[in-house]
Design a protein around this ligand. Sequence first.
Ligand code: SF4
Length: 368
Amino acid sequence: MIVEQPHTTAPKSVNPTPEPLVRSVRLWLPKRVVFTPDALDEPFGQQIYERVSSLDLPIEVMKNNRITGLRGADDRETYRIAKNTLAVVKAPPSAFRLQPIPPSADWQMNLAEGCPAHCQYCYLAGSLQGPPVVRAYANLPEMLTNTINYEQPGKQTTFEVSCYTDVIGIEHLTGSLAECIRHFGTREEAQLRFVTKYDQVDSLLQVPHNGQTRARVSLNAEPIARRLEGGTASVEARLQALRKLALPKERGGGGYAVGVVLAPIMPIPDWREQYTDLLDRIAEALDFACDLTVEFISHRFTAGSKDVLLQWYPNTSLDMEEASRAEKRNKFGGKKYVYQPTDMQALKRFFYDEWQRRFPNAPIMYWT
Ligand code: SF4
């Protein structure tokens, strides 16, 4: 039984569970915003410039298309500088060669790379090159037009835009997500998918999505969210955002197809109680008919991501003890550390049963 094998470095549960905290996260206001000359040549880059100027943020225009001044005296300072910087750049030609991203979607298309939040298990650790600055793409409209080449006639081709950033965390600065929603709203055989841990969704409620966007919210058990998801909205605020996105337009909502991404799932000592509480709260937030899906993602890490995370968060309480995990290889031979098969089975059974009991009409997309 997982409950009898607490992970020594797993986040400790908070018992008794305190009242839900409705903490709408403060908007991210970077201390430095830099534009490359190329980005400013783009009409969408100009729009971002105007948005950022209206927020009175300090703007620099680089002399050439390289972003400099991101390195500090040590890793901590580099992290701090990068996480306070928004760079608006032109996406390179490689960004136009889309990569498949199963099981989440058919293709990934990144409207930005880098994220203002501070999750101690961050999925970007080990995949971003260099300091974790947020780079938003000024040639987004061109990238969106390019996705049309990847649509497969006769089926709904899905495009995921949140693999490398939190799209709502930066939306007030860029307007990029609304641009994507509008684009896919004009496509009949392509669907946009995004996921967020932020709750500022009001600006999206009126965007014409025409049912071609699935808006997903990433959720986790309270103790995990409170301890490990720095800079994000509270679980309660995210639940309210999910409700707003899903409510029909005539009830003041966005009328979006929605989704819950439960991630990263961790067998903390009282995981059954904590996740039961979360599932009950999702059911309360979505107490009306809506188009809902769920994705379940258990926690995993690689040697590379662990190294980066320990540089970023040296005092983390996140369990990344290789000895307690099972090894899993991907098709390229890369090794990642996942939970032991018995733990995985117990978790999976619990989530499938409890989900289907509460949401019999909401498909489970996958467990991983
Ligand atoms: S929201 Fe996602 S991308 Fe951003 S810090 Fe958290 S895990 Fe990383």
